[in-house]
Design a protein around this ligand. Sequence first.
Ligand SMILES: Cc1cc2nc3c(=O)[nH]c(=O)nc-3n(C[C@H](O)[C@H](O)[C@H](O)COP(=O)(O)OP(=O)(O)OC[C@H]3O[C@@H](n4cnc5c(N)ncnc54)[C@H](O)[C@@H]3O)c2cc1C
Length: 354
Amino acid sequence: MTTIAVLGGGIGGLAASYYLCKSPQVTKVIVLESSSRFGGWLWSTRRSDGAVFEHGPRGIRPAGAVGHNTLNMVDDLGLGEDILPVSYSHVASKNRYVYVNKQLHRMPSGLSGLLRTVPPFSRPLLLSLALEILVKKGKEDDESIHSFVSRRLGKELADIAVDSLCRGVFAGDCRKLSVRSCFPVLYNAEQRRGSLTLGMLLGSGPTAVSPPGPLAQKSLTESWAQWSLSRGMESLPESISEYLQQSGRVQLHRDAAVQQITPAASGWKINLEDGVISADHIISALPAKALSSVLPPSCQPLIQSLQDISTVTVAVVNLEYEGYILPVAVRTSQTHTPTPTPTHTLDGALQGRL
Ligand SMILES: Cc1cc2nc3c(=O)[nH]c(=O)nc-3n(C[C@H](O)[C@H](O)[C@H](O)COP(=O)(O)OP(=O)(O)OC[C@H]3O[C@@H](n4cnc5c(N)ncnc54)[C@H](O)[C@@H]3O)c2cc1C
């Protein structure tokens, strides 16, 4: 008899419960979510005319073991028919813009984009990649993404492309984020091959492998860059919740804010506003600050480390156009701005029904 409590009913907590529920070693799973809905950041507003507006994520990458696992789960949940794939050759994948010095620049793509000098960059990207092979391996165990890219590919690429990318993907500052944690593939390429370019060409060592199921296989054959869901990303937590409910082994609790967790003689006690729950193990899928406030004092210095993780407010702007009024050439999936640009102009990811 093994009971596992999962704290937080965002996609992290729900996905953990999905896998736990398949394990023969687990008897019961209890999901505790403080709000009145499951899904966390996966939240879609659906209008009666079919328009879907995402409050959070709107595209998931299919690549690698994590990408395959997610698609295998989506297939198992019966959501395969709802998938909206975007291939690498699609105009929305190619058209990425960066806003620098009050101008919108299309990021170079394809071989010709790598060979030419494309503003705002002052030299062809292929030249930066070729020269990178000559750069000596760093001596630090870890460093910021900005310092890593400046050292290997030049400050210009770090200041413009990587800074914007990190703001878009992590809502974070590339001068503070760890390259080892955020981009392990790049870090491993330098460690194993001494160069990112050689790592890209020859592989950067063993990586986690997850066998692709039929849907993940399709994503490889059709060269998907990203995928979304026709009724919005919230379909995913909705389907997982339904699956968990039907399993008969999972208790899903909404409006159940975890207030404190304490170790007990065997397992853990979890204090809620209106009672106490016991579990043999806990999986936390809470945001860092929320976890820090429920841990027992004996968990220092972890509590302090979690509190020190800073966050910023992120806004997603959804634009809706009547009909197809925009020419295909300006369709874009993302527009990013590097740090020096005033943030009130084009911050965050602009998205719409383009
Ligand atoms: C604006 C935005 C756009 C994004 N776009 C993308 C994208 O396009 N592609 C992509 O792959 N990723 C994207 N991401 C990242 C992705 O959305 C997140 O990584 C992911 O949703 C995090 O899921 P989670 O379950 O870890 O956390 P959350 O979604 O934050 O879930 C945590 C849950 O814990 C609950 N909780 C908090 N405190 C307690 C408590 N005390 N007791 C019980 N429950 C509690 C919360 O209510 C919440 O439901 C985006 C993120 C944001 C913010």
